[in-house]
Ligand binder design. Structure first.
Ligand SMILES: [Zn+2]
Length: 529
C-alpha cells in the first residue's frame, strides 16, 4: 500500500490532465430532432423578433438551457434585452442625379436602391456633389487609401463593391480573390459616415456582391433593424446601391467606362475625383422602437470561470410572410433550427462529460441575425465575460442534415490559430479542412461569429458541406446549391423527420472536442493571424 499510493496519485493526476470525454457517447440525435422539430413547428410562427413567435422561442430556449444545467448569466435571467430601432424607408418621387447640369431621373428601388439609416422622419438631400473614390477603402495596414485626403463633408460618395484583390491579378493585394471586410457594403457605409459624407452609393456588380441587384433592392424597401445606441454610431443620411446599368448611364455621360475605372482602381496610386454630378433624394422614414432578446446560459469553469468559450446559433428567422406554394410560415428549420440543436447538444455533452470544464462555456442564441447581426453585435458590447477573456467563438448557421461529409468547410480559415485545433479533430474523424470555396462572397462577415472577431476574439463558422461521404463532391455541391436556391429564406425551409443527422452529429462532436481543448486552463487562447 505504502508503495502503491504515490503511483496511484500520479495516475490520478495524469488522468485528470489528459481526461477527454468520448464525445461519440455524449451526442443524442433524438434530442437534436426534438429541439429542431419544436423550434421549427408552425406554432413558433417563424420565430420573428417582436412577435408572439419570439416569446415562445425564448421561453423554450431558456427551459432547455435549464434542463441541461446551464445557469442564467444575466443577473439571474437567461434573457438579455436588445433595444432596437426599426426603420422602413420610402423614397418620395424619383432619385435625381444632375450630370454636367443635365437632370437624370432614376426609379427607386429598381434603378437606385436607396434608403436611410438616419433615425429621422424626413430626409432630404439636395444637389450633393458626387465623388468617386474607387473601392472606398482606407486601410493603413494594407497601405491603401482610396480617399487621399479628399474632403467628403456633405458630399455623396460613389464606390465599387468588394475589394481590389478580386479584380486584380496581383494575389498579394488584400486577400486575393477572397473577400476582406473592406469589400463588404457594411464597411463602406461605415467609412462614408466616418468621412462625413451625406450619402453613399455602391455600384452593384454580381460577382463582387455575391448576389444580384434584387437583394439590395428588396432590402431598401423592407423594414431594417438597427441597435438603438442613442446616436452613438455615426450614419449617413442616405445609403444605397446603383444598378450596373444606372452607373453606366451616369459615368458614360462623364466620359468614363465603369469596367475601366474598376481596373484603374485596383492600383494603389488611383486618384479619387469629383464627378461633376449632384445627387438629390427625398426619403420618408417610418421609425419604431422595440426590444428583442438574446438568450444565453453559462456553465461556470472550475479553474478559470472568468474566461469563456462561446457557442453561437441565432434563434430568429422571418416569421409569417408572402405565401409561396401555399405556405406562409417561414419556419427556418435549417436556418437555424438544426444549428440551435447543434448548440444545445454541445452544451448537453458538457453537462454529461463527467467532469466540468476548466473555463466557462456559454451557449448564446442571438436575436436579429437575419437583419444584420444585431443581437450578436449587442452582446459583444455587453458581454457576460469580457471580450479579452473570451477565448473563442464557435458559430454555426444553416446546417443541412445530409449525412456525413468528408470536408470541414471553414468559413474564417486563415484568420486564427483555431484552424490547427480543427485540423486535430479532422484527423481524428478522417476528414479534411476546406477553406470556404465561395470566399469571394464574404460569408465570414455574414454570421454571428463576426462581431466577436471584430473585437479580437478568434472566431469561425465550421461545418461539413461540400463533400458527401456517401454521394461524393458533385452531389454535395448540387444539394447545397439546391438548398440555397429553392429553400433558403423561403417557407419551404421545413422540418423533415427523415433527415439523415449523422453528419451534423459528427460536426457536433467536432465542435465539442474543439471547445473541450479550448476549455483547458493551460491551453493558450488561439492567436489571430
Ligand atoms: Zn442563419
Amino acid at each position: 500500500m505504502k508503495n502503491l499510493l504515490p503511483a496511484g496519485i500520479l495516475l490520478l493526476v495524469l488522468s485528470s490532465c489528459s481526461f477527454t470525454p468520448d464525445s461519440e457517447k455524449l451526442i443524442s440525435v433524438d434530442e437534436m430532432k426534438r429541439v429542431t422539430s419544436v423550434l421549427s413547428s408552425d406554432e413558433f410562427m417563424g420565430r420573428k423578433p417582436f412577435t408572439l413567435g419570439e416569446n415562445l422561442t425564448i421561453a423554450f430556449l431558456a427551459q432547455e438551457l435549464q434542463q441541461i444545467g446551464f445557469e442564467p448569466p444575466f443577473e439571474g435571467s437567461y434573457f438579455q434585452a436588445v433595444p432596437m430601432t426599426e426603420t422602413t424607408s420610402k423614397v418620395e418621387g424619383p432619385v435625381t442625379i444632375a450630370v454636367r447640369g443635365e437632370k437624370l431621373s432614376f426609379n427607386a428601388p429598381d434603378e437606385v436602391a436607396v434608403s436611410s439609416p438616419d433615425p429621422q422622419e424626413n430626409i432630404s438631400i439636395s444637389n450633393s456633389k458626387m465623388v468617386f473614390a474607387g473601392f472606398g477603402i482606407d486601410s493603413p495596414d494594407d497601405k491603401w487609401d482610396d480617399f487621399k485626403g479628399m474632403d467628403l463633408k456633405g458630399k455623396t460618395l460613389v464606390v465599387l463593391i468588394n475589394d481590389p484583390g478580386l479584380y486584380s491579378s496581383d494575389t498579394t493585394l488584400f486577400r486575393g480573390k477572397e473577400m476582406t471586410i473592406f469589400g463588404r457594403w457594411t464597411y463602406k457605409f461605415e467609412e462614408a459616415a466616418r468621412k462625413g459624407a451625406d450619402a453613399i452609393l455602391i455600384i452593384h456588380e454580381s460577382l463582387g456582391a455575391g448576389y444580384e441587384f434584387n437583394v439590395p433592392r428588396n432590402s431598401s424597401i423592407s423594414a431594417r433593424l438597427f441597435i438603438d445606441d442613442k446616436g452613438a454610431t455615426k450614419r449617413c443620411k442616405a445609403t444605397g446601391w446603383l444598378s450596373e446599368a444606372s452607373a453606366d448611364k451616369i459615368f458614360s455621360k462623364l466620359g468614363y467606362n465603369v469596367k475601366e475605372l474598376r481596373m484603374a482602381a485596383t492600383k494603389r496610386d488611383f486618384q479619387p475625383f469629383e464627378m461633376d454630378a449632384a445627387f438629390s433624394v427625398n426619403i420618408k422614414n417610418k421609425i419604431t422602437q422595440n426590444t428583442s432578446t438574446n438568450v444565453a446560459g453559462i456553465m461556470r469553469g472550475t479553474k478559470r470561470p472568468d474566461e469563456a468559450i462561446v457557442i453561437t446559433a441565432h434563434w430568429d428567422h422571418f416569421g409569417i410572410g408572402e405565401i409561396q406554394n401555399g405556405d406562409s410560415v417561414y419556419n427556418g428549420a435549417v436556418d437555424n433550427g438544426t444549428t440551435m440543436a447543434w448548440a444545445f447538444e454541445i452544451g448537453r455533452a458538457f453537462s454529461k462529460a463527467g467532469k466540468r470544464p476548466e473555463r466557462s462555456i456559454i451557449l448564446l442564441f442571438p436575436t436579429a441575425e437575419e437583419q444584420g447581426l444585431n443581437g450578436s453585435e449587442y452582446y459583444t458590447e455587453h458581454p457576460i465575460v469580457p471580450m479579452e477573456k473570451t477565448i473563442a467563438c464557435l458559430n454555426n448557421d444553416m446546417m443541412v442534415p445530409r449525412g456525413k461529409m468528408n470536408d470541414i468547410t471553414m468559413i474564417g480559415f486563415g484568420y486564427s490559430s483555431l484552424d490547427s485545433l480543427y485540423e486535430i479533430v479532422a484527423k481524428k474523424q478522417g476528414r479534411y479542412l476546406l477553406p470556404d470555396p465561395n470566399s469571394h462572397t464574404g460569408l465570414f462577415f455574414r454570421s454571428d461569429h463576426f462581431p466577436f472577431f471584430k473585437k479580437g476574439v478568434p472566431s469561425l463558422w465550421a461545418f461539413g458541406c461540400f463533400d458527401s461521404r456517401e454521394h461524393g463532391k458533385e452531389w454535395a455541391v448540387e444539394s447545397w446549391d439546391n438548398f440555397i436556391k429553392n429553400v433558403y429564406h423561403t417557407p419551404a425551409d421545413n422540418y423533415d423527420p427523415n433527415w439523415d443527422w449523422s453528419g451534423i452529429a459528427e460536426d457536433t462532436r467536432m465542435a465539442f472536442d474543439v471547445a473541450w481543448m479550448l476549455s483547458k486552463s493551460n491551453k493558450k487562447r488561439p492567436r489571430l493571424y
